[in-house]
Design a protein around this ligand. Structure first.
Ligand code: SF4
Length: 217
C-alpha cells in the first residue's frame, strides 16, 4: 500500500468512526469562537464551555470586550488558567478588530495573525470552524501526538507538523482531519494509554500495540 493509499484509508476509517466531528467549543458566532479558542490554550474544552456560558451572557460584541476593565475580564476567565495573558489577548484583539476590521472578525489567515494573541492554531480553528475556510490544519495536542504515532510526521513543532500535513492530507480534508483526530484522541488514542486494541486504525498505524501501557495490560 502506498503512503497516499494509507492516508486515504486512515481518513476513510476516521470519517466512518466520527461522522459528525466538529469543534467541542460552544459558540454562536465568530467572536465567540475566537474568544473560546484563545481560552482553550492549556485548558480543556469542557472547562472553557463552563466559563463561556456565563462570559457570553455578559460580553456579546468586540466592543464589550474592548471596553471591559481588564480586571473584570481576568476574573471572568480566571479558571481557564493563564488568565492574565488570555484576558489581555481577548481585549487587545477585540480593540484591533474594532479599529482595523470594522468590528468584524477577519476571515483570512493573514489578517487573523495580525490580532494580538492569535497564532496559527487559533486562526485555523476560527477559519475552519466558522468560515469554512481551509488555509491550514489545526495542530493541537491531540493532532500533534496522533500524527506522530501514525507516522505522518516526525516533527514535534506544531507549525512544522502543519506543513508536513499540508503536503500529504488532501485539501478537502484539512478542516475535518483535525476534528476527527481530536475526537480520536479523546476517545481511543488517549495520551499515555492508547487503546490500540479498540482502534480502527491499528492495521495502518506503525505505533499500534507498541506503547508500554498497552503491553502491561
Ligand atoms: S493504533 Fe494505537 S497508537 Fe495507533 S492511532 Fe490507534 S490507538 Fe493510537
Amino acid at each position: 500500500m502506498s503512503e497516499e493509499q494509507r492516508i486515504r484509508q486512515i481518513i476513510k476509517l476516521l470519517e466512518k468512526e466520527y461522522p459528525e466531528s466538529r469543534t467541542a467549543l460552544h459558540h454562536k458566532n465568530a467572536i465567540e469562537l475566537l474568544v473560546s479558542t484563545i481560552l482553550s490554550a492549556q485548558c480543556t474544552d469542557k472547562r472553557v464551555n463552563i466559563v463561556t456560558k456565563r462570559l457570553f451572557q455578559k460580553y456579546k460584541t468586540p466592543e464589550d470586550y474592548a471596553r471591559a476593565p481588564i480586571e473584570d475580564l481576568e476574573l471572568a476567565v480566571k479558571s481557564t488558567g493563564f488568565y492574565r495573558n488570555k484576558a489581555k489577548s481577548i481585549k487587545t484583539a477585540c480593540t484591533m478588530i474594532l479599529s482595523d476590521f470594522q468590528g468584524k472578525v477577519p476571515d483570512s489567515m493573514q489578517d487573523l495573525l495580525k490580532l494580538p494573541g492569535v497564532a496559527r492554531k487559533t486562526a485555523n480553528v476560527v477559519l475552519g470552524s466558522w468560515f469554512g475556510n481551509a488555509e491550514g490544519i489545526v495542530v493541537d495536542t491531540h493532532v500533534k501526538r496522533i500524527t506522530n504515532l501514525l507516522g505522518l510526521t516526525q516533527n514535534t513543532n506544531p507549525e512544522k507538523i502543519e506543513q508536513d500535513l499540508m503536503k500529504t492530507i488532501p485539501k478537502e480534508y484539512w478542516i475535518l482531519f483535525s476534528h476527527m483526530l481530536i475526537w480520536h484522541g479523546r476517545k481511543v488514542c488517549v495520551a499515555r494509554r492508547p487503546r490500540c486494541s479498540q482502534c480502527v486504525l491499528n492495521n495502518l498505524c506503525p505505533s499500534a500495540f507498541k506503547h508500554p501501557a498497552i503491553s502491561k495490560r
